[in-house]
Design a protein around this ligand. Structure first.
Ligand SMILES: O=C(O)CCC(=O)C(=O)O
Ligand SMILES: [Fe+2]
Length: 540
């Protein structure tokens, strides 16, 4: 198995740095070998000139003797000094040959991971495959179309990505990439004929036509049978083939008429008691709402949005009277806030620098199964960091403690989880809690009462944190924290806190999570007066 380099942009940057130095070494090696090669070849040539004339007794011939002596006396010092470079050559070769043992190198799994990432990005941000082929990253975000530059993709790259898409069940995207490959192949065919070049691409327009025809047939069939989207597949909203569109009934259209645009808040909680809906519809709605939020939509009605506000807050802590935090209320129920400048730039930087060397693929206890067996998928690498390893974390904890009126220090909770996302890095919808369906728990500190998540580095584009059942999302901002309460004041789970990280489109995303545990809060907090009543606003 590989090192899953694609699941951490930090490790891909490390690879890029090492690649630059490796290629520089290879350049030096080639120069040294060329020089040695030339000198040795010159010596051979010079010898061959002399040796052609040489016969058994011929060194007694004065001119020949002269030539022989000159050949060796002038040539050998050059050979000798050229041979001196062999230590340099073997040093470089030594260095290069150790790379595979000492460094994480990508393999075909990483290329597959990168293809899947491109498919995921296309699906969620509605990337235009034809534009992407030509080096324009055209996406839909914040309800607008964004265009930026990227590298153009070749016919065979487009075709392989398209086939990965189809194999992974993303038929609409797959067909789009195959069509983009075909357009490119046709354009290049003309060009190649002009230059009378041989067509070396294995994907000819004819071959792609065949692939597209089959893929379109499968696409339309799946759309008819299964609809537009499930956890395991996606299609375009309309059939792609000609002729069938008339008789096709489109299930998502019918569904759209009967159900509200979005199912959020108490409406969702009411549906919780309906077992059939929970089994059949919940995951689809969740994924669709997550994807809308990732594109920057807000799913809530204006009447709810109009109750939100920003404010300086102290958490009633005297310490923070001097320097209150800028807090933005993202949602009142559940209570989700963004706390700006929760960490300083230098604290954030030293934390990710510290973590960069020790990143590893997390072993998520709920990786395989989660509530209703939805697969947890996260493309990130992480490390757990203690306050004693990074002393400035103590101050960060103190700020969280003061603002949220909790105990979150090293003796009251687990270390910070510092994570770096990968190519298209995302985290599918999940609760941060161990329960109610989880297989592990924290016997020492109890449930994760609240989550304080800090954006150490915000990606340039994509990577929002979204709450599909709240109908709200957060655009990451450098050094801001997001705080939410996973348990209600009645101590029950708040299912509305289910959240996801949208795939990163561009840039690097580093986060640090402090999970505030349940048990250590008992000495400092009152018991709930009314267990059945939701208490809307905890201390901040
Ligand atoms: O990165 C994000 O936006 C969310 C991260 C998250 O949900 C987690 O680490 O549990
Ligand atoms: Fe989470």
């Amino acid at each position: 198995s590989g090192h899953a380099l694609h699941s951490s942009t930090e490790q891909m940057q490390q690879l890029q740095r090492s690649e630059v130095s490796m290629v520089n070494n290879i350049r030096m090696l080639v120069t040294d070998i060329d020089r040695l090669n030339n000198v040795l070849k010159g010596y051979i040539d010079s010898w061959e000139e002399v040796s052609e004339l040489l016969e058994e007794e011929s060194v007694s011939d004065p001119s020949l003797a002269y030539k022989l002596l000159k050949h060796v006396s002038e040539g050998w010092p050059k050979v000798d000094s050229a041979l001196m470079t062999h230590t340099h050559i073997s040093d470089i070769m030594d260095h290069l040959s150790k790379r595979a043992d000492e460094e994480l190198l990508p393999n075909s799994d990483d290329v597959m991971g990168a293809s899947e990432a491109l498919i995921k990005l296309s699906l969620i941000y509605r990337v235009n495959a034809t534009a992407l082929a030509q080096g324009h990253l055209q996406t839909e975000q914040d309800s607008h179309t964004h265009i930026s530059n990227t590298l153009p993709l070749s016919v065979s790259e487009l075709a392989s990505i398209g086939l990965v898409g189809i194999n992974k069940g993303h038929l609409g995207i797959g067909v789009e990439f195959l069509q983009a490959a075909r357009t490119q192949a046709v354009a290049q065919q003309g060009l190649k004929q002009q230059k009378s070049l041989r067509n070396e691409d294995t994907y000819t327009p004819q071959k792609l036509d065949g692939l597209i025809k089959t893929a379109v047939r499968v696409h339309d069939h799946v759309l008819e049978l299964r609809g537009e989207r499930s956890l395991t597949h996606s299609t375009a909203s309309r059939p792609l083939g000609t002729g069938v569109s008339g008789k096709l009934k489109i299930s998502s259209d019918i569904q759209a008429k009967d159900s509200p645009d979005s199912i959020i808040g108490t409406h969702y909680l009411q549906l919780h008691t309906n077992e059939t809906w929970m089994l059949k519809e919940k995951d689809i709605v969740e994924i669709k709402q997550t994807e809308k939020l990732c594109r920057g939509e807000d799913l809530r009605p204006i009447r709810e949005l109009s109750t939100l506000f920003c404010q300086y807050m102290t958490g009633n802590h005297p310490w923070l009277l001097l320097a209150p935090f800028k807090v933005e209320v993202i949602s009142r129920q559940p209570y989700i806030t963004v706390i700006y400048d929760l960490i300083t730039a230098s604290e954030a930087e030293s934390l990710w620098n510290y973590t960069a060397e020790g990143l590893h693929t997390p072993n998520h206890p709920m990786m395989k199964k989660n509530e209703n067996s939805t697969k947890i998928d996260w493309s990130l690498k992480n490390q757990w960091v203690n306050e004693s390893d990074q002393p400035q974390l103590k101050q960060v904890t103190q700020r969280i403690e003061a603002l949220a009126n909790v105990r979150a220090g090293q003796q009251h909770s687990r270390p910070y989880m510092v994570a770096n996302y990968g190519l298209g890095g995302a985290y599918t919808p999940h609760m941060d809690t161990f329960g109610p369906f989880g297989i592990t728990q924290d016997r020492l500190y109890g449930e994760r009462l609240a989550t304080a998540m800090i954006y150490l580095q915000a990606p340039k584009s994509g990577g929002n944190t979204v709450f599909p059942w709240v109908g709200a999302g957060i655009r990451p901002v450098n050094f801001a924290g997001v705080l939410w309460w996973n348990l209600l004041d009645s101590h029950e789970y708040d299912f509305l806190t289910k959240h996801a990280a949208c795939p990163i489109l561009r840039g690097t995303k580093w986060i640090a999570n402090k999970w505030i545990s349940y048990k250590p809060q008992w000495p400092g907090r009152n018991c709930p007066k009314d267990a059945a009543k939701r208490i809307t606003q905890p201390n901040i």
